[in-house]
Ligand binder design. Structure first.
Ligand SMILES: [Zn+2]
Length: 397
């Protein structure tokens, strides 16, 4: 190589710099900006994020819910959303995920083992803690946002737990639930509405504490029904026997909308279809709630994301338009059959989680990051990018 052209290029570059110094300064700034963003240039930054998690709500379950609820495919509200990706859910050592790994991966950007709640893969279920992996809820708390977690299931069950707790075993509810009141960042979950009161209560007793004692220690009442929450309580916790997630979500949005800095809300609705009518009806009801929330929020500064923690062995493999999708259901239900395989006329259920990718659907600020096939950990990046935040350099801290 001849040195002269290099020198001349340098001279030209120096001259160019001298003339265009302000532009260069901008460029340099741009180069210092984050380089791994998935939020495309020009897309809106999110102030608020709502994650709707249909537990076990895979592609075939959405399909079945539309057919049962509306007699036709593609009638769910979430099926109208503009941004779709397929999210891969496996844990680090197997093909099929449970809710613990599935939700931990979405919430922390780090895949782990089944049964483990927001700890790295260095943990072993029930045997050894892994490093805690920082959750989106913890990032939101650290940034001064309000946060909320709502579920039809136990508030200490794996899916909600993965937002606020770290444990080497999803079954340790006596260790998981109190972490909501002893947060690592901010002041912890602001709005918590879930079920599981009696079983969590039993495990708290076994762990030497109770709802009452935790309430006193942390000066936060833990109500047993939504109706008990006084209007003045801006950070309510309800652990009920059953949770009306529709009412709970609308109440939570009322409270969280007051946040000047924005909010993160995670809503889980069970969508296991081992009982196909109940499971599909749950998805129909969840979708109606999502449509209602979508009409209320400002999509210019709010990201809505719908996804599942893992898929499920449900298939529509027959049927005729205008006729009943779940023909044979009542006879099956009456038979009290215990089999893992449910064979209805048009529907086959294999009562187990399955490995194939689940839908991720998005609308609103930062939704453009959802497209193509990706590991579920990508959804963590999509949400962080929507907020314009960088994760800590090490995912575990
Ligand atoms: Zn699950």
């Amino acid at each position: 190589m001849n040195k002269l052209p290099i020198i001349r290029r340098s001279l030209l570059l120096a001259a160019a710099l001298a003339w265009t110094a302000p532009v260069f300064a901008q460029d340099a700034e741009a180069q210092r900006a984050p380089v791994q963003e998935t939020r495309p240039a020009g897309s809106q930054q999110a102030k608020n994020v709502i994650v709707f998690l249909a537990d076990a709500g895979g592609v075939p379950v959405l399909n079945g819910a539309s057919l049962l609820g509306y007699g036709e495919p593609l009638k769910l509200r979430v099926q109208q959303w503009p941004h779709l990706g397929l999210s891969e859910t496996s844990p680090v050592d197997q093909f099929v995920s449970d809710s613990a790994n599935g939700m931990s991966s979405i919430m922390t950007g780090v895949k782990t083992h089944n049964g483990v709640i927001s700890q790295g893969p260095d943990g072993a279920r029930g045997e050894r803690d892994g490093l805690p992996t920082k959750t989106l809820l913890e990032y939101a708390e650290e940034h001064g946002l309000l946060t909320g977690v709502i579920t039809t299931q136990s508030i200490a069950d794996a899916t909600p737990a993965a937002t606020y707790a770290h444990s080497n075993d999803r079954g340790k509810w006596g260790e998981i639930f109190p972490q909501a009141l002893s947060p690592r960042f901010g002041d912890g979950v602001d709005v918590m509405f879930g079920a599981g009161r009696s079983r969590i209560g039993d495990q708290l007793t076994a762990a030497g504490t109770s709802f009452d004692r935790l309430s006193e220690q942390h000066a936060r009442p833990i109500y047993s029904t939504l109706a008990e929450v006084p209007a003045a309580n801006a950070r309510p916790i309800v652990v009920a026997d059953e949770m009306d997630v529709h009412a709970a979500t609308l109440k939570a949005v009322d409270l969280l909308e007051q946040s000047p800095a924005g909010y993160l809300l995670v809503v889980e609705w069970d969508a296991h279809t081992d009982d196909p009518r109940e499971g599909l009806q749950n998805v129909i009801d969840f979708d109606k709630l999502i449509a209602e929330v979508e009409r209320r929020v400002n999509l210019g500064n709010t990201l809505l994301l719908f996804t599942a923690d893992h898929s499920f062995g449900f298939q529509v493999d027959g049927g005729t338009r205008g006729e009943e999708l779940l023909a044979g259901y009542d006879a099956w239900k009456a038979s009290n059959a215990e089999s893992d395989i449910v064979r209805l006329e048009n529907v086959l259920v294999n009562d187990t989680h399955t490995a194939e990718e689940v839908p991720a659907l998005a609308i609103g600020a930062g939704a453009e990051g959802v497209h193509g096939y990706f590991p579920n950990t990508h959804l963590f990046d999509v949400i962080m990018d929507a907020w314009g935040w960088q994760p800590d350099s090490s995912p575990a801290d």
